[in-house]
Design a protein. Structure first.
Lengths: 735, 685
């Protein structure tokens, strides 16, 4: 520890010597940036000045292209390379810690070799401009190269690699992954106070304290979920050799991460702008291999996979890599924040502003609604084939609405699942044909129009991704993995054992057909699922399609659908947000990694005030009160999955995991939650969450742009904040 | 009054427990969803998912500033202190509930300690394997006693003393699990510096019929080479407040978990046992917890019924609540679960969710027989999970006690609780009979009167002539006659066979019709018989394989029998053999509807009638088959037996042949596919 401190002091002395001339500008008032430029330091930690914008200065080191971004107003800066070497790291780690670009190469069966700008024979041609610089980089031994662009603007810096600049000329080394500025905003052990923002679930923080080497790995999450086109190679211990007890981790819904150095009053929010569909976000605390905290985006260009050559898994197989790399520009935008904005609230604000400015998020009606979803019919096995299990008919829904009306619950949004002919899993839905057991087409259409009149938002549910091979012909138009084997989603249920994925163009065609026959009846409310939260690589009729293809297909499909319907989506990924009127199934928790120190409602903070956010179903929560407070904290609206009949009826169906849904057991909860959350929802309607903080005594304080403050107390005893006493496991609203 | 208070306390604890999840003091804790799923079993014993039962609450990695090195055991004392056996450092670390260090002791005394037990008055027992001794410390950490290998002859001169785990009861009697001591748990009394009381809770060795036969056949030398059949040593144990000892032993199947009374007799049996149990602990509601080395935690009620399974192995992704190598488990007074992971050197604490709190509440009342009070928490549990088997079963029983038999029936059916269902059904039927007995009597009397009136009228005016004629006409139709021959055949098989063989009294068509009817009856009886007689899961249907199996079996039997008969001077033609076999199933066609109806109106008390009816039917069928084989081929009894055995043998040979052909073909198929697969890949790239 001691030698580290000495090193730190020395470097600080050095820096201050260099800085001597720059110091006065820190105290200068705003708007004098042109003057302060004259005082700019010419060098920080070996990085020389390149360019500046109204708010920031960019410094760069020629040999490893590492950068330093300095806040002109405060003088605080963040570096993309380590400035202090603790002497414990080998050459290859040091290479990774300093290089702007770190590549893992594929060479035969080996996909672990590293190429960087320090340890390898590299030719770098850098051209500087008043906006930044661009460098043509070529690895002479491995015979591949690319161009890195770094530009500065008033909000921060963007690092960018154009797709056409990436070229591989050799035939033994290929690019596997590219990590861009992997140590941007790094810090050593607990040298800086602050945290890394992790896009896990709704959002999580990893504090920059000394982790004492407790963790073996950090967060690594593929943006928009893992790729079903490739087989997972995880080894898990199964319960009774059969059941995987570990639940899937939450998907990375938005391509963001961030680092805040709260003591320096500087932070950045990184948005993976280009190539995000095939990139992962890595947030790694100190103690994992090396003692530095870091966060970065890693783009995948090629992946190895196992190509079986027979149906018998133990027989032959080849371990190969994708012949063609995926094509997309790669880019990360670092939005810098200072002073009181340099925290996760600031990051959420910045991201919201970024989304709105660029048209990625539109204003929708965000008035309060209780979401009450219904399950129409399911199917169970019978002597020959299957027989319907009717759970909630159209008449039942009328009845439930009437009943709720007498209890003064009128602000309702409903999604009707399993309305289609053949029940919930008769997929895909290609026309508006309604199960007669729930009342038939005329009745359902009437219900939808009646709802519209009485102010209830009633949507029909359509999973446009899945196809049920037991009900529909699934020989063609289904997704095969990159190894040309059909992808099957196992249900572990009795009636339908597996479901397949439709290829994006087929989803588009069928959805189009459905919408035509649906809107012809004068109704157009649609709740879309499946294609809203899945992106994958696949093989179809001999060609490979990348996640970029899937993403752009889905984006086109969804924007077309949004034009002709009133569209809400189930857990949509960030690239679809501009087309949805509501966000369904927002996770309120994280995946519970041990290295995460705090969970924060980051996504809710971004979306609140723009589109209404509905939480996951209350039904399946074991701790109802805690979940309720989580909804209060994040400004989410409650969701219930309701059936008229007892869910015991579902025991022999594929929905046997719905173990609790009967209306009569949920009515009281619906009424209670609606009353409380509506009051809150009305007060915060149209307002954004501008600040979220956890106070000393543990109270969570959420501040809205209209001045409303919500205090949530999760603790065992009453606590007081800002003069307001909040009861244990309770909340209060103040101004 | 006391009940009331208990109830109030129970409910008052609930919100506290929820709230507890948020602040966990100084240790790492983030409240979050559990990264693991929770499972329970349904009425058929299949594993199904349920709500999260326990959430990760906190992780204790440090006691004050002390870190642990491969801790192997710990004891929770009154929810005030945690005594951790820090084996890697050969010491005992005492922590308070806020993970502040209270003291350490045992340094310099302990060598390779493996087990620890601390009494309520904080007397510490440490089992030290390499020191071959039990060390006893007082509450200030002073060594007060050492027990070494018992000197009693009964212990065994050659038997080493390598203590691994220890518990002690209120009178200070120690129960010790020793390494490689297969005699059972060593029981030592503290009197006279340690008196060996004997072995306790010895596991039984198992010998199935096959091993017994095998051993009888083998020579002594061969027998010596066989895997020795010695009882397994328990892996770990626990003691509850009443002094009842729980043991776990891996590989003992249904006896993996045992609850031993004072005489060492096992009082529970569980069908859902873990494979690699590492530790066991008694809960506060007559429940038992077992942790596996791989990190799964099982909770059982006092009958050994599985309530929950959750947790899991850390697959390297490092999510909260997953373990690497579990060594010990303890239950706090507030139902929190403490799990010691020796590889991670940490104690993971789990807290029960609202759902589990309700369930525990219900368990408590239910096990005390206070069904009325158990209904409220059970209702809450069922509201949250309609399908939770234990709650459904308990609710059924509670309603039964109350006299709500319809309700009891419904819940017992969901829980697949046969006994409960039967009891409720008996009561319902009883009530129905009482209510309708008069009517039934009246109807019977009316029928008798009608019958007599008709008979008298018929005598006088022959009113029944026309219907009788019509019936006779139908009977005269050839096919009807052939089918009707079934009734004659089953009563007079020898003559019946003659009729089939010589007189052409039946046809293939009539046999086919009987076959189809039998299959239909079989299917109806299999899937729609009364719940108590049902042999398949509710809601599962597999018609194709049912029919397929029957047809394949029939084809095999008939053709193999025919083949054997032709080379053994049998007289039967293929058609005769086929027809006589089908006609031998006549009792099935006639009795199955009766059995089917009976299955809907009997409870477990009378199910004997159904079973007996079934038995009679099958014996009858067997006799018919035997006689028809004999008569159709004109064999003597000895020949018939020989032919039947030969037929069975031929069937086995055919089955084997089919299997070999299948395997060979699938190999060829795989090979071709491999070639095509590789060619396609090579061309494709």
């Amino acid at each position: 520890m001691a030698h580290k401190r000495i090193g730190k002091i020395l470097s600080a002395l050095l820096a201050s010597a260099v800085f001597a001339t720059a110091l006065p500008q820190i105290t200068l008032p705003f708007g004098s940036s042109d003057i302060s430029a004259a005082y700019a330091a010419t060098e920080i930690d070996g990085h020389s000045f390149v360019a500046e914008s109204s708010g920031y200065r960019l410094y760069m080191r020629e040999d490893d292209l590492s950068i330093v971004v300095e806040d002109k107003n405060t003088g605080a800066y963040m570096e993309s390379a380590i400035s202090y070497d603790d002497g414990k790291n080998n050459a290859s780690w040091l290479g990774a810690m300093k290089s702007a670009i770190v590549i893992t190469m594929i060479n035969g069966n080996d996909d672990t070799q590293q190429a960087d700008l320090i340890n390898d024979d590299v030719t770098i041609n850098t051209t500087k401009s008043d906006k930044g610089f661009y460098s043509e980089i070529y690895w002479n031994k491995y015979k591949f190269g690319l161009t890195l662009n770094v530009e500065i603007d008033e909000n921060g810096v963007k690092a960018f690699i154009p797709d056409e600049s990436i070229h591989e000329d050799g035939d033994s080394y290929y690019i596997g992954t590219i990590a861009l500025y992997p140590y941007m905003g790094n810090s050593y052990l607990d040298d800086k106070s602050g945290y890394i923002l992790v896009p896990d679930g709704n959002g999580a923080l990893i504090y920059l304290d000394d982790k004492e080497g407790r963790f073996k790995s950090g967060f690594s999450g593929f943006i928009y979920g893992t790729d079903i086109g490739f087989d997972e190679s995880d080894v898990t211990t199964l319960l009774k050799d059969r059941y995987n007890t570990i639940s899937d981790s939450e998907k990375v819904i938005a391509p963001v991460f961030g680092i805040a150095h709260t003591d320096d009053g500087i932070a950045y929010l990184a948005v993976v702008e280009d190539g995000e569909a095939r990139a992962s976000i890595e947030c790694i605390p100190n103690g994992v291999s090396v003692d530095y905290n870091r966060a970065y985006a890693k783009f995948t260009l090629r992946k190895t996979y196992t190509q079986p050559t027979s149906n018998n898994s133990t027989a032959g197989s080849l371990h190969i890599f994708e012949a063609e790399r995926s094509h997309s520009n790669l880019g990360v935008r670092y939005i810098f924040l200072s002073n009181e904005q340099a925290d996760y609230s600031g990051m959420a604000n910045a991201y919201r502003e970024y989304l709105i400015t660029n048209g990625y998020l539109n204003q929708a009606d965000d008035s309060y609604n209780t979401r009450i979803d219904f399950l129409g019919t399911e199917r169970e096995s019978w002597v020959l084939g299957t027989t319907p299990v009717v759970m909630t008919t159209v008449d039942d829904i009328y009845e439930i609405y009437d009943d709720l009306k007498t209890a003064e619950v009128t602000d309702i949004l409903s999604v009707y699942k399993g309305w289609q002919k053949g029940g919930l899993y008769d997929l895909p839905i290609s026309s508006y044909s309604v199960e007669s057991k729930i009342g038939g087409k005329a009745k359902l259409t009437e219900l939808i129009s009646d709802c519209a009149e009485s102010g209830i938002d009633f949507y029909l549910y359509n999973n446009a991704l899945l196809i049920n091979p037991d009900e529909k012909n699934a020989t063609f138009n289904v997704v095969k993995k990159i190894n040309k084997r059909k992808y099957e989603q196992k249900t572990y249920m009795d009636v339908y054992e597996k479901l397949l994925f439709l290829i994006p163009t087929r989803s588009d065609t069928l959805l189009d057909r459905f919408i035509k026959s649906y809107t012809a009846k004068g109704v157009n409310n649609l709740a879309l699922a499946g294609i809203t939260n899945n992106v994958f690589s696949y093989n179809y009729s001999g060609s490979n399609y990348t996640r970029y293809n899937t993403q752009s297909s889905y984006a086109a499909t969804v924007s077309k659908v949004a034009d002709s319907t009133k569209l809400i989506m189930e857990q949509p990924f960030a690239y679809l947000w501009s087309d949805t009127q509501a966000f369904l199934d927002m996770p309120l928790y994280t995946s519970a990694y041990i290295f995460e120190d705090e969970s924060v409602p980051f996504l809710s903070m971004v979306l609140k005030g723009s589109i209404p956010v509905y939480a996951e179903y209350v039904n399946f929560e074991a701790n109802k009160q805690e979940f309720f407070l989580k909804m209060v904290e994040s400004g989410s609206f409650p969701s219930f999955y309701i059936t008229k009949e007892s869910s015991a009826e579902l025991i022999y169906t594929n929905s046997s995991d719905i173990y609790s849904s009967e209306y009569s057991s949920y009515k009281d909860t619906i009424v209670e939650y609606s009353e409380k959350l509506k009051e809150l929802g009305t007060q915060t309607e149209g307002a954004q969450i501008v600040k979220h903080e956890i106070l000393e005594n543990g109270i969570t304080k959420v501040t809205y742009s209209n001045g409303i403050k919500v205090y949530v107390n999760y603790s065992l005893q009453d606590e007081t904040a800002d003069g307001i006493t909040v009861g244990s496991m309770s909340y209060e609203v103040g101004r | 009054m006391k009940n009331g208070i208990k109830k109030i306390i129970g409910y008052a604890i609930l919100p506290l427990m929820l709230a507890g999840s948020i602040f966990a003091g100084s240790t790492a804790s983030a409240f979050a969803d559990a990264p693991y799923k929770t499972y329970t079993v349904d009425g058929y014993g299949s594993v199904t998912e349920t709500q999260t039962a326990y959430l990760p609450y906190k992780t204790i990695t440090k006691i004050g500033e002390e870190t642990l090195l491969t801790p192997t055991d710990f004891t929770l004392v009154n929810d005030e202190y945690i005594y951790i056996l820090d084996s890697g450092n050969a010491r005992v670390v005492v922590s308070d509930m806020d993970n502040e260090l209270v003291m350490t002791f045992g340094e310099g005394i302990l060598v390779a300690p493996k087990g620890i037990y601390v009494t309520k008055d904080r007397t510490t027992y440490v089992a030290d394997r390499d020191a071959k001794a039990i060390f006893v410390f007082d509450k200030d950490g002073n060594l007060i006693n050492t027990y070494t290998k018992p000197t009693e002859a009964m212990y065994g001169e050659a038997q080493d003393f390598l203590p691994l785990k220890i518990v002690a009861n209120k009178s200070g009697t120690m129960y010790i699990v020793c390494e490689s001591n297969t005699n059972g748990i060593v029981q030592i009394s503290p009197v006279e510096g340690g008196t060996f009381l004997g072995y306790f809770g010895t596991n039984a060795t198992s010998a199935n019929l096959w091993t017994i036969i095998w051993r009888a056949v083998l020579t002594d030398a061969q027998r010596a080479k066989m895997q020795s059949n010695i009882p397994a040593t328990p892996d770990n144990m626990a003691i509850d407040d009443k002094g009842v000892i729980y043991t776990i032993t891996r590989g003992e199947n249904n006896d993996t978990l045992k609850r031993l009374n004072i005489a060492g007799v096992n009082m529970i049996e569980t069908t859902d046992f873990p494979d690699i149990p590492a530790a066991v602990a008694a809960g506060n509601h007559d429940n038992v917890f077992v942790a596996t080395q791989t990190g799964f935690i099982y909770e059982y009620n006092n009958d050994g019924d599985l309530l929950f399974m959750f947790g899991g192995s850390d697959d390297g992704k490092q999510r909260i609540g997953l373990s690497t190598k579990v060594e010990a488990i303890q239950i706090g007074l507030d139902d929190k679960i403490y799990v010691l992971d020796s590889e991670k050197a940490q104690i993971q604490v789990f807290e029960p969710t609202e759902f589990t709190a309700y369930l525990h509440n219900a368990l408590y009342f239910f096990s005390k027989g206070r069904y009325e009070e158990s209904k409220e928490p059970l209702g809450k549990v069922l509201e949250m999970n309609n399908l939770f088997t234990y709650a459904n079963m308990a609710m059924g029983k509670a309603l039964y006690k109350e006299g709500d038999y319809e309700g009891a029936l419904k819940y017992a059916r969901i829980a697949k609780d046969g006994d409960g269902y039967s009891d409720a059904f008996w009561e319902i039927r009883n009530v129905w009979l009482k209510k309708n007995l008069t009517w039934i009597a009246i109807v019977i009397v009316l029928i008798v009167i009608c019958w007599n009136v008709i008979r008298v009228l018929h005598k006088k005016k022959h009113i029944l002539d026309k219907p009788k004629e019509a019936l006779a006409k139908i009977g005269e139709v050839k096919l009807m006659k052939q089918i009707g021959y079934m009734f004659y055949f089953m009563r007079h098989p020898i003559d019946g066979c003659y009729g089939i063989k010589r007189e052409g009294r039946v046809s293939v068509l009539s046999a086919n019709i009987i076959l189809v009817v039998s299959i239909v009856f079989y299917v109806i009886n299999k899937y729609f018989c009364g719940f108590l007689s049902k042999t398949v899961r509710d809601g599962s249907f597999d018609l194709l394989s049912d029919v397929g199996m029957i047809l394949i079996a029939l084809l095999l039997v008939v053709s193999c029998n025919y083949l054997m008969c032709t080379i053994n001077d049998g007289e039967g033609r293929f058609k005769d053999i086929y027809c006589s076999l089908i006609y031998s199933f006549a009792p099935y066609v006639i009795l199955t509807p009766v059995v089917f109806i009976l299955s809907h109106i009997v409870s477990n008390n009378e199910i004997f009638f159904v079973q007996f009816g079934n038995l009679c039917m099958w014996v009858w069928i067997a006799v018919l088959i035997f006689i028809s084989v004999q008569e159709i081929n004109n064999y003597r009894i000895g020949e018939t037996i020989k032919i039947i055995l030969l037929t069975v043998f031929t069937i086995l040979i055919v089955a084997l042949l089919a299997f070999i052909i299948y395997v060979l073909w699938s190999q060829v198929f795989d090979f071709l596919q491999s070639i095509i697969g590789e060619v396609v890949y090579r061309i494709g790239s």
